[in-house]
Design a protein around this ligand. Structure first.
Ligand SMILES: [Zn+2]
Length: 418
């Protein structure tokens, strides 16, 4: 029996597909340095070795990217890959989950072709994100690796409920609304049952919904504690949506892995995040898009007023929190703006206090750490998935280079080459 398996292994290694990638430089995201003239040897879907000016194994397929800069595939830790921006009322009343199911594979491809080989997708209706992840993993459609959240937990009247309409209107579908300790625990279990890899909770008010207070808490400390406890029982991390100072603090105290948006975080929140090692995922690009496309998106004034309050302050607080030493992972809220523009956020992160290397690390090693995928993604190193992106120039001199990838590879397969 043993020899049977050994011969199988021998067959596997003989038939392994070996590819070599060469470029002018490789961004070593772990060390925060660059490697000149990298030779990356890939076997099947994983990186086998990385060296400077190393030897090319005989029989390998060589992809020479010449003067390009090679990086690990990028990670967006906050997407909604099954949604796309459009008229607010059209989306609420004229479209259904079926429309989204038909079209969202296009968004997945766009995201991947933009160099984002992994996403943490933090909330979708009716488990569409989980269906998409499975279709991608089967190879039926093209898209990034996904860590899907399934239904985002919302309180009644909260950010994930449909608020502002007649009490006689009914929307069919799985409900993401849960109140009280028992109900939130049950919804965490239901999400896990249907395939969620992370739990998303809407801990406080949102911007793009009609409830009153963007800064207000929408779950009690007790409910948040129960959500984190239940999720960890099933081996899942929790991502908490929170703009306001109070829900941010409650979420951190409850032990969430990341606070999303964190727009109005105060000094105490910053101190708590640092002490607990909580990641902040601050989406500091999409405000540009929402304000520019205001009339086309058709949001009610109530929503636009909230956006104006939050946008600028969030950027200032990003700088403050980062300079105070809080861990930051790259996340953009893609779906609120068009998919594929994810990399536009890098320039904002540099404008608001990060070096290009730090912004790249937020979208690689830091995001991988947040996902619990250390060493698997976010690095070009032996044992990691062969997920890579290349740009023509030097992104450490001009981070906007990342907006125009010339080469994308996922799991050893070339996705894009210009
Ligand atoms: Zn979001």
């Amino acid at each position: 029996m043993k020899s049977f398996f050994l011969s199988l292994l021998a067959c596997a290694s003989l038939s392994a597909q070996t590819t070599v990638i060469k470029a002018a430089r490789l961004v070593d995201t772990k060390a925060g340095t660059t490697i000149a003239n990298p030779v990356v040897v890939i076997e099947n879907d994983k990186v086998k070795s990385v060296s400077s000016n190393g030897a090319v194994p005989s029989g390998a397929t060589v992809i020479d990217l010449k003067g390009a800069t090679l990086l690990p595939g990028l990670i967006d830790a906050h997407t909604h890959i099954t949604a796309d921006p459009g008229d607010y009322y059209e989306q609420a009343f004229r479209r259904s989950i079926i429309d989204a199911a038909v079209i969202s594979h296009i968004y997945a491809r766009r995201t991947l072709e933009a160099g984002f080989t992994t996403v943490r997708d933090v909330g979708a209706s009716d488990y569409l994100d989980i269906a998409m992840k499975r279709a991608i993993d089967r190879g039926d459609i093209v898209g990034p690796r996904m860590v899907p959240a399934g239904l985002p937990l919302s309180s009644t009247g909260g950010h994930g409920d449909l608020t502002g309409f007649s009490p006689y209107l009914r929307f069919e579908g799985f409900s993401n609304v849960a109140d009280g300790v028992d109900a939130v625990r049950k919804l965490v279990r239901q999400n896990v049952k249907y395939g969620a890899d992370v739990i998303k909770v809407l801990a406080g008010g949102g911007v793009l919904s009609e409830e009153e207070n963007v800064g207000g808490p929408q779950y009690t400390q007790e409910e948040l504690n129960a959500i984190v406890d239940e999720a960890s029982m099933w081996g899942r991390k929790v991502a908490a949506h929170a703009h306001g100072a109070e829900p941010i603090k409650r979420a951190i105290k409850a032990g969430v892995a990341s606070v999303e948006h964190a727009s109005l975080i105060d000094d105490e929140g910053i101190r708590l995040a640092r002490e607990h090692g909580t990641y902040l995922v601050m989406d500091i690009y999409n405000d540009d898009y929402i304000l520019a496309e205001y009339s086309r998106l058709g949001y009610p004034d109530k929503i636009m007023n909230k956006e104006r309050i939050v946008g600028r302050t969030q950027r200032e607080n990003f700088k403050k929190a980062f300079e105070a030493g809080v861990k930051m992972a790259f996340g953009t809220d893609a779906g609120v703006y068009p998919h594929g523009h994810n990399a536009k956020q890098f320039a904002h992160m540099v404008k608001w206090g990060m070096s290009p290397m730090q912004a790249i690390q937020a979208a690689t090693v830091n995001a991988a750490d947040l996902l619990g995928w250390n060493g698997k993604v976010g690095v070009v190193a032996p044992g990691a998935y062969a997920d890579m992106v290349a740009v023509a120039g030097d992104p450490l001199a001009d981070v906007t280079q990342l907006e125009h990838p010339t080469f994308v590879m996922k799991g050893g397969a070339v996705v894009l080459r210009k």
